[in-house]
Design a binder for this molecule. Sequence first.
Ligand SMILES: [Zn+2]
Length: 212
Amino acid sequence: MRDLRVRDLLLGTMNASKSAQLLMKAYNLEQQGKKVMVFKPETDSRDGAFVISRALNDKRPAIVVPKDSDGSIMAENVWIKKPDIILVDELQFFTESQVEKLAEISITFDVDIYAYGLLLSYTGKMFDATKRAIESGFRILTIDMSCDYCQNDATHHLLYVDGKLELDGSGIVVEDEEFKKKNQLYKSVCFSCFQRAIDVAEMEQIESKHKK
Ligand SMILES: [Zn+2]
Protein backbone atom coordinates (compact mmCIF):
# COMPACT_ATOMS: atom_id res chain seq x y z
CA MET A 1 0.00 0.00 0.00
CA ARG A 2 1.42 3.39 -0.83
CA ASP A 3 1.15 6.44 1.39
CA LEU A 4 -1.57 8.38 -0.38
CA ARG A 5 -1.16 11.55 1.59
CA VAL A 6 0.85 14.61 0.75
CA ARG A 7 2.87 16.16 3.57
CA ASP A 8 4.79 18.95 1.90
CA LEU A 9 7.07 21.31 3.75
CA LEU A 10 7.66 24.44 1.71
CA LEU A 11 10.75 26.12 3.06
CA GLY A 12 11.69 29.69 2.25
CA THR A 13 13.75 32.37 3.94
CA MET A 14 12.35 35.50 5.56
CA ASN A 15 10.69 37.79 3.01
CA ALA A 16 10.32 34.93 0.50
CA SER A 17 6.54 35.59 0.33
CA LYS A 18 5.61 32.33 2.07
CA SER A 19 2.29 33.71 3.33
CA ALA A 20 1.48 34.95 -0.18
CA GLN A 21 2.12 31.47 -1.53
CA LEU A 22 -0.12 29.98 1.16
CA LEU A 23 -2.94 32.38 0.29
CA MET A 24 -2.63 31.65 -3.44
CA LYS A 25 -2.62 27.92 -2.74
CA ALA A 26 -5.79 28.30 -0.65
CA TYR A 27 -7.45 30.33 -3.39
CA ASN A 28 -6.58 27.81 -6.10
CA LEU A 29 -7.80 24.86 -4.02
CA GLU A 30 -11.09 26.58 -3.27
CA GLN A 31 -11.54 27.32 -6.97
CA GLN A 32 -11.36 23.54 -7.46
CA GLY A 33 -14.13 23.12 -4.88
CA LYS A 34 -11.85 21.84 -2.12
CA LYS A 35 -12.34 22.65 1.55
CA VAL A 36 -9.30 24.31 3.07
CA MET A 37 -8.36 24.65 6.75
CA VAL A 38 -5.49 26.89 7.88
CA PHE A 39 -3.49 26.56 11.11
CA LYS A 40 -0.99 29.01 12.55
CA PRO A 41 1.01 28.97 15.81
CA GLU A 42 0.18 31.26 18.73
CA THR A 43 3.85 32.24 18.93
CA ASP A 44 3.45 34.20 15.70
CA SER A 45 1.14 36.72 17.33
CA ARG A 46 1.64 39.65 14.97
CA ASP A 47 -1.50 39.21 12.87
CA GLY A 48 -3.95 37.55 15.29
CA ALA A 49 -6.19 34.86 13.82
CA PHE A 50 -5.24 35.64 10.23
CA VAL A 51 -2.61 34.76 7.69
CA ILE A 52 -1.66 38.07 6.14
CA SER A 53 0.40 38.72 3.02
CA ARG A 54 1.80 42.22 2.73
CA ALA A 55 2.96 41.34 -0.80
CA LEU A 56 -0.58 40.50 -1.96
CA ASN A 57 -2.35 42.89 0.40
CA ASP A 58 -4.63 39.99 1.25
CA LYS A 59 -5.54 37.88 4.27
CA ARG A 60 -7.65 34.93 5.42
CA PRO A 61 -8.72 33.58 8.79
CA ALA A 62 -6.66 30.85 10.47
CA ILE A 63 -7.13 28.63 13.50
CA VAL A 64 -4.53 29.66 16.09
CA VAL A 65 -2.89 26.72 17.85
CA PRO A 66 -1.98 27.65 21.47
CA LYS A 67 1.66 27.05 22.33
CA ASP A 68 0.79 24.90 25.36
CA SER A 69 -1.56 22.67 23.32
CA ASP A 70 -0.44 19.16 22.39
CA GLY A 71 -2.11 19.65 19.01
CA SER A 72 -5.41 17.97 19.85
CA ILE A 73 -7.19 21.20 18.93
CA MET A 74 -6.09 20.58 15.33
CA ALA A 75 -7.33 16.99 15.33
CA GLU A 76 -10.68 18.12 16.78
CA ASN A 77 -11.14 20.79 14.12
CA VAL A 78 -10.27 18.36 11.34
CA TRP A 79 -12.60 15.72 12.80
CA ILE A 80 -15.56 18.15 12.98
CA LYS A 81 -15.05 20.21 9.82
CA LYS A 82 -13.50 17.58 7.55
CA PRO A 83 -11.26 19.71 5.32
CA ASP A 84 -9.77 18.25 2.11
CA ILE A 85 -6.52 20.15 2.60
CA ILE A 86 -4.69 21.62 5.60
CA LEU A 87 -2.41 24.60 5.14
CA VAL A 88 0.04 25.52 7.90
CA ASP A 89 1.70 28.90 8.28
CA GLU A 90 4.97 29.52 10.18
CA LEU A 91 5.57 25.85 10.90
CA GLN A 92 8.87 26.62 12.65
CA PHE A 93 6.96 28.14 15.59
CA PHE A 94 4.89 25.03 16.33
CA THR A 95 6.08 22.66 19.07
CA GLU A 96 7.58 19.30 18.18
CA SER A 97 4.56 17.43 19.57
CA GLN A 98 2.23 19.64 17.52
CA VAL A 99 4.21 18.75 14.39
CA GLU A 100 3.98 15.06 15.26
CA LYS A 101 0.22 15.53 15.66
CA LEU A 102 0.01 17.11 12.20
CA ALA A 103 1.74 14.14 10.61
CA GLU A 104 -0.61 11.82 12.50
CA ILE A 105 -3.66 13.81 11.35
CA SER A 106 -2.66 13.44 7.69
CA ILE A 107 -2.90 9.67 8.07
CA THR A 108 -5.76 9.31 10.56
CA PHE A 109 -8.06 11.73 8.75
CA ASP A 110 -6.78 11.08 5.24
CA VAL A 111 -5.98 14.71 4.49
CA ASP A 112 -3.17 16.47 2.59
CA ILE A 113 -0.98 19.01 4.38
CA TYR A 114 1.06 21.85 2.93
CA ALA A 115 3.18 23.53 5.58
CA TYR A 116 5.14 26.75 5.05
CA GLY A 117 8.06 27.79 7.18
CA LEU A 118 11.71 28.49 7.82
CA LEU A 119 14.50 25.93 7.99
CA LEU A 120 17.13 27.98 9.83
CA SER A 121 16.92 30.70 12.47
CA TYR A 122 19.30 33.69 12.45
CA THR A 123 21.60 31.66 14.71
CA GLY A 124 22.23 29.38 11.72
CA LYS A 125 20.57 26.45 13.52
CA MET A 126 17.61 24.43 12.39
CA PHE A 127 14.27 25.11 14.05
CA ASP A 128 13.21 22.12 16.20
CA ALA A 129 9.73 22.04 14.64
CA THR A 130 11.10 22.02 11.10
CA LYS A 131 13.52 19.25 12.00
CA ARG A 132 10.70 17.23 13.55
CA ALA A 133 8.57 17.71 10.40
CA ILE A 134 11.32 16.25 8.22
CA GLU A 135 11.63 13.36 10.67
CA SER A 136 7.84 12.94 10.55
CA GLY A 137 7.57 12.26 6.85
CA PHE A 138 7.26 15.75 5.41
CA ARG A 139 8.79 16.22 1.97
CA ILE A 140 11.02 19.27 1.61
CA LEU A 141 10.38 21.73 -1.18
CA THR A 142 12.14 25.07 -1.41
CA ILE A 143 10.81 28.48 -2.28
CA ASP A 144 13.68 30.16 -4.11
CA MET A 145 14.91 33.54 -3.04
CA SER A 146 18.13 35.39 -3.89
CA CYS A 147 20.69 36.46 -1.31
CA ASP A 148 20.22 40.09 -0.27
CA TYR A 149 23.95 40.70 -0.84
CA CYS A 150 24.95 38.57 -3.87
CA GLN A 151 23.64 36.34 -6.67
CA ASN A 152 23.52 33.08 -4.69
CA ASP A 153 20.34 31.53 -3.35
CA ALA A 154 19.45 32.66 0.16
CA THR A 155 19.45 29.95 2.82
CA HIS A 156 20.40 31.79 6.01
CA HIS A 157 19.29 34.84 7.99
CA LEU A 158 21.05 37.74 9.59
CA LEU A 159 19.26 39.70 12.29
CA TYR A 160 20.18 43.32 12.89
CA VAL A 161 18.88 44.96 16.06
CA ASP A 162 19.15 48.74 16.00
CA GLY A 163 21.61 48.33 13.11
CA LYS A 164 23.86 45.91 15.01
CA LEU A 165 24.26 42.28 13.97
CA GLU A 166 22.83 39.89 16.56
CA LEU A 167 25.46 37.27 17.38
CA ASP A 168 23.63 35.18 19.94
CA GLY A 169 20.11 34.54 21.14
CA SER A 170 17.43 31.91 21.17
CA GLY A 171 16.58 32.18 17.48
CA ILE A 172 12.98 32.93 18.38
CA VAL A 173 12.38 36.57 19.11
CA VAL A 174 8.74 37.07 18.16
CA GLU A 175 7.41 36.78 21.71
CA ASP A 176 10.03 38.77 23.56
CA GLU A 177 8.52 42.08 24.65
CA GLU A 178 11.82 43.89 25.17
CA PHE A 179 12.97 42.78 21.78
CA LYS A 180 9.82 44.01 20.08
CA LYS A 181 10.57 47.60 21.10
CA LYS A 182 13.87 47.52 19.26
CA ASN A 183 14.28 48.03 15.56
CA GLN A 184 14.73 44.57 14.00
CA LEU A 185 15.80 43.96 10.45
CA TYR A 186 16.17 40.50 8.92
CA LYS A 187 18.32 39.85 5.87
CA SER A 188 18.04 36.67 3.83
CA VAL A 189 21.51 35.63 2.71
CA CYS A 190 23.59 32.76 1.34
CA PHE A 191 25.94 30.89 3.66
CA SER A 192 29.04 32.79 2.44
CA CYS A 193 27.47 36.16 3.19
CA PHE A 194 26.15 34.83 6.53
CA GLN A 195 29.57 33.62 7.64
CA ARG A 196 31.35 36.73 6.39
CA ALA A 197 28.98 39.07 8.26
CA ILE A 198 29.42 37.11 11.48
CA ASP A 199 33.22 37.05 11.12
CA VAL A 200 33.32 40.83 10.62
CA ALA A 201 31.02 41.49 13.58
CA GLU A 202 33.03 39.18 15.83
CA MET A 203 36.30 40.87 14.84
CA GLU A 204 34.78 44.28 15.58
CA GLN A 205 33.67 43.00 18.96
CA ILE A 206 37.23 41.86 19.76
CA GLU A 207 38.73 45.14 18.55
CA SER A 208 36.37 47.25 20.65
CA LYS A 209 37.20 45.12 23.71
CA HIS A 210 40.93 45.83 23.27
CA LYS A 211 40.39 49.55 22.82
CA LYS A 212 38.76 49.85 26.23
ZN1 LIG B 1 25.34 36.00 -0.64
